[in-house]
Design a binder for this molecule. Structure first.
Ligand code: PLP
Length: 327
């Protein structure tokens, strides 16, 4: 990947003249079954551009329960896009009746309901895969209600690999979709937002406005292209490693493990000694295993390409040992 970056040909991407960025955008648009795509510095920016494409300030956007744009974007939806987010559904799954129930009446004292944001895989639900039919049904219901749909596919390739489906089929008719190159795909930087040619033209302006217009950024796009060539199919290894990790933890004391769909394992502390996620994470860190606290009693573990299968098993043994130790 470093070599591909070093050898990348570059141009000024603010003028759309960086051949490597253009190649990446065309590649991702084709992969996702959309007309056009735009390279952006982060998934957060991709989501914030999408919100501005789908809704005007003061309008309301329905988001799948626990959505990244609600939890982890530092309030940008309100501070930058100026929209109001309403959480619907459960654990990432959104049904037509969830959408129908959340629609505001079209009177001038209610905000206009403008769009729906879905997420696949769903991060807070533990890397949960939302089935293609479920996403397609939600997209149809949204469209029937006059709403547009953004799919936050930061980990869309994990979902595709797990489902054995083509990425374009996982997109399931969403009007815009973004993917992260910097998560499981292992590139240092970058996300790509895809949609119709006219939406992506608007997205270019919004990206520039937010300070995301970059110059000779083919260096980073080359890493993204390399990741698409080499790091997609191997995601299955991360999923298998997560399954192994969960199997070890299922035998550990004082925890309940959410069986992983992909590369995220949620470990809930259910012991009666009052252990906290923060203390478990700290004890594990001291022993060289990095995890995060995802709630007072929930620990989140992510497997990825920089951690081998045997290191994952070692990490599981370490965590199990921490759980046997003092609270
Ligand atoms: C990581 C992530 C993003 C974007 O995060 P950045 O760190 O801004 O690139 C968006 N959505 C989901 C579901 C994510 O997990």
């Amino acid at each position: 990947m470093r070599e591909a970056m070093l050898l990348a040909s570059v141009g000024d991407d603010v003028f759309a003249e960086d051949p490597t960025v253009n190649a990446l955008q065309e590649r991702v648009a084709a992969l996702l079954g959309h007309e056009a795509a735009l390279f952006v510095p982060s998934g957060t920016m991709a989501n914030q551009i999408a919100l501005q494409l789908h809704a005007r300030a003061g309008e309301e956007v329905l988001v799948a329960d626990g959505a990244h744009c609600l939890w982890y974007e530092s309030g940008a939806a309100s501070a930058i896009a100026g929209v109001q987010l309403v959480s619907i559904g459960r654990e990432g799954a959104v049904t037509p009746s969830d959408i129908a129930a959340a629609m505001r009446p079209s009177v001038d004292w209610c905000p206009r309901t403008a769009a729906v944001v879905l997420e696949n895989t769903h991060n807070r639900a533990g890397g949960r895969v939302i089935g293609v039919e479920s996403v397609a049904t939600a997209v149809r219901a949204a469209h029937d209600a006059g709403l547009t749909v953004h799919l936050d596919g930061a980990r869309l390739f994990n979902a595709a690999v797990r489902l054995g489906a083509a990425p374009r089929d996982v997109v399931a008719g969403a009007d815009t979709v973004c993917v992260c190159l910097s998560k499981g795909l292992g590139a240092p930087v970058g996300s790509v937002l895809a949609g119709s040619a006219s939406r992506i033209r608007d997205a270019r302006r919004l990206r520039k406005r937010m300070g995301g217009g970059m110059r000779q950024v083919g260096l980073l796009a080359a890493a993204g292209l390399y990741a698409l060539d080499h790091h997609v199919q191997r995601l299955v290894e991360d999923h298998d490693a997560a399954t192994d990790f969960a199997a070890v933890m299922a035998r550990a004391p004082g925890v309940a493990v959410v069986p992983p769909d992909t590369n995220i394992v949620m470990v809930d502390l259910v012991d009666d000694v009052g252990r906290t996620a923060a203390s478990v994470v700290e004890r594990s860190r001291e022993r060289g295993v990095l995890m995060s606290a995802f709630g007072p009693r929930r620990v989140r573990v992510v497997t990825h390409l920089d951690v081998s299968r045997s290191q994952v098993l070692e990490a599981a043994a370490t965590l199990a040992d921490v759980l046997r130790g003092p609270a």
